[in-house]
Design a protein around this ligand. Structure first.
Ligand code: ASP
Length: 610
């Protein structure tokens, strides 16, 4: 037997007990004739005490950092106790030891506060995984996994595995492809999600399916994305949107409770996509804090039913681009009226960064004494500043920040600025969890480059029943590209929903189309002719002819959910073996070239263009 206990197990109550431990050497400290070794395993750290009688043996076989050591001895009360670790009251008086495995000097010290930097961590990920921080993350991931499974199992869901070598599934990204040796010149695609399979399973009668499953998307590099990631993928038959929302907010509440001990008993709030864009500037609002956007000027095309809070003419002078700005949007930042010149200058630079892309920033300070100071004093009387500030819902002491420019960019920028200010004011608390459903997304998005409609979610999403007619009876062609927002398609809403948690989309899904005819219309609206439809989705269209039940589902981003619950920004920290920002596995040094022989078998000749 290699060990009788783990390194996290023994306590003062075990005093006098015989024990054998095995683990990794964290530190070796020599004090005169005696030597202390901290021995670590997955469960904790226990101090070993080697007395004088073992000196000779230690000299012949000195254990170093990260050696794998087995030590037998007796549990002893420590004279110098360590209250910071659970085993801190005891130590093991070692009677014999064996070095089971030696270690080279590790490239970084395996301690909580030394991680050696990103590149080294990734290259030696197996060592990084020994660190407490990373271990805690993987444990949390497993807890989320267990909680999701137990909930879904309790609700009669069945986990079914679907294949990884498939034909393309459109989820808006590029496919990873795998050449087939047996079918030269032909390729499989790795699934961007099991979308079509889970729909087929509904047709097969498995009315509640889930799968914790890998998905693969060859996306352009964006911070904190992984080319392979994990979803909690779910589908249900005989459901309407309401059923799906209830089922899965139940799951999220169960996870909160099991993993974080949080009782979240109220209903998850709901918000339409339009309201999210209107009040927060984006469709994944962080509702842990308020600071809503005030729409001083905006396009009536995007929000035909809203009216301005102030007359638009008020903004028809510089610095709003002489009235040319499509959108003028404001937020009121609580308690920041005392910002110095330096601070407002720095914020101005911040909004001008290419990622934000604004030309400038206008501010109004609502001083506690009742006066108003602004960067546009030249153009506005104090009275007018007051009117604008009040329209933005300010209190004394607030700082109004105003951005102006093209509508889409300005909305995005104000939402980023809102998050940034909340970050600075410490309003984005890591231990607070505020989910919200965002509903009624547009069915289509306009792709300017291709001058065509693309599915905002994916092409299997059903339109709102009341708008099916609009979709069927209108020609998708866009005559005047500049005016695409006026096309009836721009206003068709989908039966789709996202769950947003603390400003991150953690889940998204929809009620699906289940009639062949409507699905064909949808493909056609996306510019797919009959032949292409048949080539790509013949199997699904065919299946719709054999009794397809109404169905819908959702998929949760498992890595992201874990990261948020773990209070981290980075999904990488919650994946055992992630890729780096250049989509490389630093440890394996992958991707890599393959042998000439492998290429030959695949009958592939490389021609690397450019
Ligand atoms: N397959 C979708 C996705 O990966 C989720 C869904 O519609 O259920 O985003």
């Amino acid at each position: 037997m290699y060990r009788t206990h783990t390194c996290g197990e023994l306590r003062l109550a075990d005093k006098g007990a015989k024990t054998t431990l095995a683990g990794w050497v964290q530190t070796v400290r020599k004090f005169g004739a005696i030597t202390f070794v901290d021995l670590r395993d997955r469960y904790g750290i226990t101090q070993l005490l080697f007395g004088e009688e073992l000196n000779k043996q230690l000299e012949e076989n000195p254990p170093g950092r990260e050696f794998v050591l087995q030590a037998a001895g007796t549990v002893n009360e420590r004279s110098n106790k360590n209250p910071n670790i659970p085993t801190g009251d005891i130590e093991i008086l070692v009677s014999s030891f064996t070095i089971l495995s030696k270690s080279s000097v590790p490239p970084f010290t395996i301690q909580d506060d030394t991680d050696g930097g990103d590149d080294l961590r990734m290259k030696y990920r197996y060592l990084d995984l020994r660190r407490n921080e990373v271990k805690k993350n993987l444990e949390l991931r497993y807890a989320v996994n267990r909680a999701a499974r137990s909930y879904l199992h309790g609700q009669n869901f069945i986990e079914v595995e679907t294949p990884y070598l498939i034909k393309s599934t459109p989820e808006g990204a590029r496919d990873f492809v795998v050449p087939s040796r047996m079918n030269p010149g032909q390729f499989y695609a790795l699934p961007q999600s099991p979308q079509t399979f889970k729909q087929l399973l509904m047709i097969s009668g498995y009315d509640r399916y889930y799968q914790i499953v890998k998905c693969f998307r060859d996306e352009d590099l964006r911070a904190d994305r992984q080319p392979e990631f994990t979803q909690i993928d779910c589908e249900m038959a005989f459901v309407e949107q309401e059923d799906v929302l209830n089922m899965f907010e139940g799951m999220v509440k169960h996870i909160f409770k099991e993993v974080k001990g949080i009782e979240y008993n109220e209903a998850v709030p709901r918000m339409t996509w339009e309201d999210a864009m209107w009040n927060y500037g984006n469709d994944k609002p962080d509702i842990r804090f308020d600071m809503k956007v005030t729409n001083l000027v905006f396009s009536k095309q995007m929000f035909p039913n809203k009216s301005t809070v102030l007359p638009e003419e008020m903004f028809a002078i510089p610095p709003w681009g002489g009235g040319g700005a499509e959108a003028v949007l404001a937020i009121a930042v609580p308690g920041c009226a005392d910002y110095t010149r330096k601070q407002t200058d720095e914020l101005t630079e911040w909004v001008k960064r290419p990622q934000i892309g604004m030309k400038g920033l206008v501010f109004i300070k609502c001083n506690t004494g009742g006066s108003y100071k602004s960067s546009v004093d030249k153009f506005y009387s104090e009275d007018k500043l007051k009117t604008i500030a009040e329209a933005a819902g300010t209190k004394a002491g607030d700082l109004v920040l105003i951005l102006a420019g093209p509508e889409e960019r300005t909305r995005k920028a104000i939402s980023e600025l809102r998050l940034e200010m909340a970050e600075r004011l410490d309003l984005r608390k890591k231990d607070e969890f505020k989910p919200v459903w965002v509903l009624d997304f547009p069915l289509f998005e306009y792709d300017e480059e291709g001058n065509r409609w693309v599915a905002r979610h994916h092409p299997f999403t059903a339109p709102k029943p009341s708008q099916i007619e609009t979709m069927i009876s209108n020609n998708p062609a866009i005559e005047n590209t500049a005016e695409y927002v006026k096309h009836p398609y721009a206003n068709i809403k989908a039966n789709a929903y996202d769950m947003v948690l603390n400003g991150n989309e953690i889940g998204g899904g929809s009620i699906r189309i289940y009639q062949r005819e409507l699905q064909e219309k949808m493909f056609a609206a996306l510019g797919m002719d009959k032949e292409e439809q048949q080539h790509k989705f013949g199997f699904l269209l065919g299946a719709f002819e054999y009794g397809a039940p109404p169905h819908g589902g959702i998929a949760f981003g498992f890595d992201r959910l874990c990261a948020i619950l773990g209070g981290s920004e980075s999904i990488r920290d919650f994946i055992a073996f992630p890729k780096n920002n250049a989509v490389r596995d630093m440890m394996l040094d992958a991707p890599s070239t393959i042998d000439e022989k492998q290429l030959e078998e695949l009958q592939i000749k490389l021609d690397l263009r450019g």
